[in-house]
Design a protein around this ligand. Structure first.
Ligand code: NOJ
Length: 452
């Protein structure tokens, strides 16, 4: 099979994604305030091998070379995030001009290289000063976040045409405020439900602010979505799928689309109503220009009577003897097709952009090369599934690889390698992997022959 860029049409957006904490480093440079990830990574036994993002890919200093590399790789769109605490070291109040200057330079560098900047406003690195006031569990976050969004749009909106409000809210509220495995390391149902409700309000409010200040730009937000199937074809496992789906896939997108929270399918979510204030139902909805879909795998779920609240359990790939990545995620390209077709059933969803898709595999660096066949095939197979979904009517109009270069993968530290570009973390040398070369050739509009 030949996979050609042209088959997707000329206005299809191709790109790569990154996030500030995962690549920038310079954790305390030029007046930046601490974020919850700066602090969480200092705690013992939270991150694999004690890794942290103090230097990461040193992107804060190396962005000119990295943007130039993207240009050489024919990448026309770059999704990155802004570190809130570079702009407002205390989360709110006084602006840190050097932080603003950095993003101005970065955006200018993109433009000079003919790369469109796609900006995520929140990719998990809350200013630590705000966490001390309760972070996402404090309803005040709506005001803090609104001022930050307003400032960014006024500063950068003359050049940024695509905005994303939040990155994967179920992950930062679930892992950060319920399980405690991500920053800020809080646990429990009350923390989860309050932070989830406030995040859902912020995503819609952020959309309203961007659109009112920059009506010409396109605004969206991003969600993780994994196609979920029952482990066994039995009623109990199907019921477990329904609950897991409500929690992982539907909790944030449906209120945004004006459908409310999926309370019927997961009773425990009814606790969200404790945090409701008058008028919230309407405030949760906003008509985004696009929605970012982030997909990596499918999940298989079984009934689990002892699992608190949800009585369901995800059976990881390692237990199922299937092909898997370093994250223990099954390699299953049709999952992205199912995700797109499912979202196509939502009425008010205008445009879907795959804002993340990619795979972590162990890489071998040999004689100056990284021949990462598995990653290359993974990406190619997923792009082929996106095309199928498009041909079947899904309003999908973009695809971004996660990620440009190997970087800090949150609780897993630097162990999982997701990059199209290899990074030597001792020397900061970059080496384009075979997958990166493949993507560059694909984007160059050259005909591609099959991967051997
Ligand atoms: C989700 C997140 O948005 C990103 O930060 C993370 O590195 C990738 N997916 C891979 O887990």
């Amino acid at each position: 099979m030949q996979l050609k860029r042209a088959a997707f049409g000329h206005d299809f957006h191709w790109g790569v994604s990154t996030a500030a904490y995962q690549i920038e480093g310079a954790h305390d440079a030029d007046g930046k305030g601490s974020s919850i990830w700066d602090e969480f990574t200092q705690k013992k036994k939270k991150i694999l091998n004690g890794h942290h993002g103090e230097t990461a890919c040193d992107f804060y200093y190396r962005y000119p070379q990295d943007i130039r590399l993207m240009n050489q790789l024919n990448i026309p769109n770059y999704r990155f995030s802004i570190a809130w605490s570079r702009i407002f070291p205390d989360g709110t109040g006084t602006v840190n001009q050097p932080g603003v200057d950095f993003y101005n330079r970065l955006i200018d560098e993109c433009m000079a290289n003919k790369i469109q900047p796609w900006v995520t406003l929140y990719h998990w690195d809350l200013p630590a000063a705000l966490e001390r006031k309760g972070g996402w569990t404090n309803r005040e976050i709506i005001n803090w976040f609104s001022s930050y969004v307003e400032y960014c749009v006024k500063q950068f909106g003359d050049r940024v045409q695509r905005w994303m409000i939040l990155n994967e809210p179920i992950v930062f509220t679930g892992a950060g405020y319920f399980l405690g495995v991500h920053a800020p390391g809080k646990k429990g149902l009350t923390n989860f439900l309050s932070s989830a409700h406030h995040a859902a309000l912020c995503q819609a409010e952020g959309g309203r602010i961007v659109k009112s200040l920059s009506p010409e730009s396109k605004v969206g937000t991003t969600f993780s979505y994994s196609h979920i199937e029952p482990l066994r074809e039995i009623e109990k496992d199907r019921a477990a799928v329904k609950k897991t789906d409500a929690l992982l896939n539907r909790l944030f997108i449906e209120p945004l689309l004006g459908m409310g929270y999926p309370l019927k399918d997961l009773k425990i979510l009814q606790g969200l109503e404790r945090f409701y204030k008058d008028g919230d139902t309407a405030k949760l909805a906003f008509d985004m220009d696009f929605i970012g879909l982030q997909n990596y795998t499918r999940e298989l779920v079984r009934h689990a009577p002892f699992m608190p609240f949800i009585k369901a359990k995800i059976i990881k790939a390692g237990k199922r003897n299937v092909e898997r990545t370093q994250m223990d995620w099954e390699v299953h390209p049709p999952a992205i097709y199912h995700a797109l077709m499912r979202w196509s059933q939502y009425k008010n969803l205008k445009e879907i952009i795959i804002t993340e898709n990619g795979a972590a595999f162990e890489d071998r660096y040999e004689e100056g090369e990284v021949n990462d066949q598995k990653r290359m095939i993974y990406i190619k197979d997923h792009i082929a599934q996106v095309l199928l979904a498009k041909q079947d009517g899904a309003p999908v109009n973009g695809y971004f690889v996660w990620t440009l270069m190997d970087n800090f993968e949150w609780a897993e530290g630097y162990y999982p390698k997701f990059g199209l570009v290899h990074v030597n973390f001792k020397t900061q040398e970059r080496i384009v992997k075979a997958s990166g070369k493949w993507y560059a050739a694909f984007l160059e509009k050259k005909a591609l022959t099959d991967i051997p």
